[in-house]
Design a protein around this ligand. Structure first.
Ligand code: C2E
Ligand code: MG
Ligand code: MG
Ligand code: MG
Length: 287
């Protein structure tokens, strides 16, 4: 009997793997046409100055409006897009949409926000990437000082020299580079000083455990000191409680992003938030 049950277990396990594989193949195939079928959407999460709660920028986060599975977060498809190459048309779509949305915000509210855009390794390895970035600033007339690209340490694994050079060229256009999920990678801290990085984003795993483990708070403080020494600005990710915000402020980190301030929202919702922020400031100035 035991043997029979064990046998059934294997059958079940095989079936799960089989179904996962089928779904991955399906997703990969559907990703190939997702950009041209206009199935992607950009959500925006505010980047906040914790001292006065003002929104100084937004990070764009892609969503996939899947025909049968509903709105999918990147966790369900980014890796497959990277492995299959669909990340390239997706990335180009995202740059174009960002340019449109920047113009909408500027027309409606006359305010300048920093736009922070995630890019992954295959995009940086695309020989046309720099051209697409140049188009964004030249043809679309977007002020490069309002643009920021978010990369992770993993982009330096394959050809650190080439990537370093590319990032220098991007920076020469006036665009900032942010190191995302900082602290989760494997590059040594001494390496950091040589990379062309303007902003460090402290990974949310440190923020999450900061209040529970003293060691994590100490690590966060070290990262903040390090960023200051290297003349980089620093942003805390994943702030969910006022206690976390206070701890970061005390440690010398003024900029943050997290559910405490806002979840990622569609453009229409972001416009509302920005309007409210502007109104609140005007009321305060009038008082
Ligand atoms: P990321 O760049 O580190 O983005 C931050 C992630 O943390 C987002 O997840 C955001 O929704 C989530 N987050 C923000 N605040 C909080 C918080 O307070 N608590 C918690 N628990 N989570 C929070 P999301 O939108 O699912 O994106 C996941 C990842 O997908 C991003 O991580 C980024 O690496 C990648 N990604 C997103 N959009 C793009 C894109 O357009 N292109 C590329 N190449 N990658 C993207
Ligand atoms: Mg990011
Ligand atoms: Mg991050
Ligand atoms: Mg991340």
């Amino acid at each position: 009997r035991a043997k029979k049950q064990g046998g059934n277990c294997y059958v079940f396990y095989d079936r799960v793997i089989f179904e996962d594989t089928l779904r991955a193949i399906d997703t990969t195939l559907q990703l190939r046409t997702a950009a041209e079928l206009n199935q992607f959407e950009l959500y925006y999460q505010p980047l906040v100055d914790m001292r006065d709660l003002s929104i100084y920028g937004v990070e764009s986060l892609i969503r996939w409006n899947h025909p049968t599975r509903g709105l999918l977060a990147p966790g369900a498809f980014i890796q497959l897009a990277e492995e299959s190459g669909s990340i390239l048309p997706m990335g180009i779509w995202a740059l174009k949409r960002t340019a449109e949305d920047i113009r909408t915000i500027q027309q409606e509210l006359h305010c300048d926000l920093v736009f922070s855009i995630n890019v992954s390794s295959p995009q940086l390895e695309d020989p046309d990437f720099l051209r697409h970035i140049r188009e964004l600033t030249n043809t679309c007339g977007i002020d490069p000082s309002l643009l920021q690209l978010e990369i992770t340490e993993s982009v330096f694994v394959r050809d650190p020299h080439r990537i370093g050079k590319l990032l220098q060229e991007i920076r020469a256009l006036g665009i900032r580079i942010a190191l995302d999920d900082f602290g989760t990678g494997y590059s040594s801290l001494s390496y950091l000083a040589q990379l062309p990085i303007d902003v460090l984003k402290i990974d949310q795993s440190f923020v999450r455990d900061m209040m529970r483990h003293d060691l994590n708070l100490e690590i966060v403080k070290l990262l903040i000191d390090l960023a200051r020494t290297a003349k980089m600005s620093i942003v805390g990710e994943g702030i969910e409680t006022p206690e976390q915000a206070l701890a970061l402020l005390h440690a010398g980190c003024n900029f943050a992003q997290g559910y405490l301030y806002s979840r990622p929202v569609p453009l229409s919702n972001l416009l509302l938030k920005l309007r409210q922020g502007i109104q609140a400031r005007e009321t305060r100035l009038c008082q």
